[in-house]
Design a protein around this ligand. Structure first.
Ligand SMILES: [Fe+2]
Ligand SMILES: [Fe+2]
Length: 165
């Protein structure tokens, strides 16, 4: 990998993080009554998303949907097979409950993502079945067609799930 390619990877990671961080900062600013700060955080977040997408494009990292699904599966598999289990163990050892819970939620849901991507990959272009997905706002659990009455991962009410089209 050339130095420039390494920089693109690093810059993509940084911009992606800033995008999500500014979204969270905007929500906090709204809660604290700082409407203008919230707007600026949202605007900057949007701009960081543009930068992240441009870096990804320059890395030639967006391929065909079939290849992208395969890449997504290998990423999700790595997360629940080795990355999160190690992180969960460490959080337990450090007695950091919030971290343990956050890793646990992600770990459970990455398994589900891998299954969803796998199912879709094997049917890509074959099935005409069209439906929405629902995402749990607490743990990220991702479900097709209908939300559950109660989230099986975290116990949140199904009516809180966000519909994604
Ligand atoms: Fe995932
Ligand atoms: Fe959940």
């Amino acid at each position: 990998m050339s130095k420039t390619e390494e920089f693109l990877k690093e810059a993509f990671a940084g911009e992606s993080q800033a995008n999500r961080k500014y979204q969270a900062f905007a929500a906090k600013a709204d809660k604290e009554g700082y409407a203008q700060a919230a707007k600026l955080f949202r605007a900057a977040s949007e701009a960081e998303a543009v930068h992240a997408k441009n870096h990804l494009w320059a890395m030639k990292a967006i391929r065909t949907t079939q290849e992208n699904l395969k890449e997504a599966i290998s990423g999700e598999d790595h997360e629940y097979e080795s990355m999160y289990p190690e992180m969960i163990d460490m959080a337990k050892a450090d007695k950091l409950k919030d971290a343990e819970m956050s890793f646990y939620y992600a770990n459970e849901v990455e398994k589900i993502h891998s299954q969803l991507f796998n199912g879709l990959l094997s049917n890509l272009g074959k099935s005409t079945d069209a439906f929405s997905y629902y995402v749990c706002p607490r743990c990220g659990n991702t479900v097709g067609k209908e939300p559950p009455a109660v989230c099986p991962v975290c116990g949140a009410e199904g009516k809180l799930f966000k519909r994604i089209d």
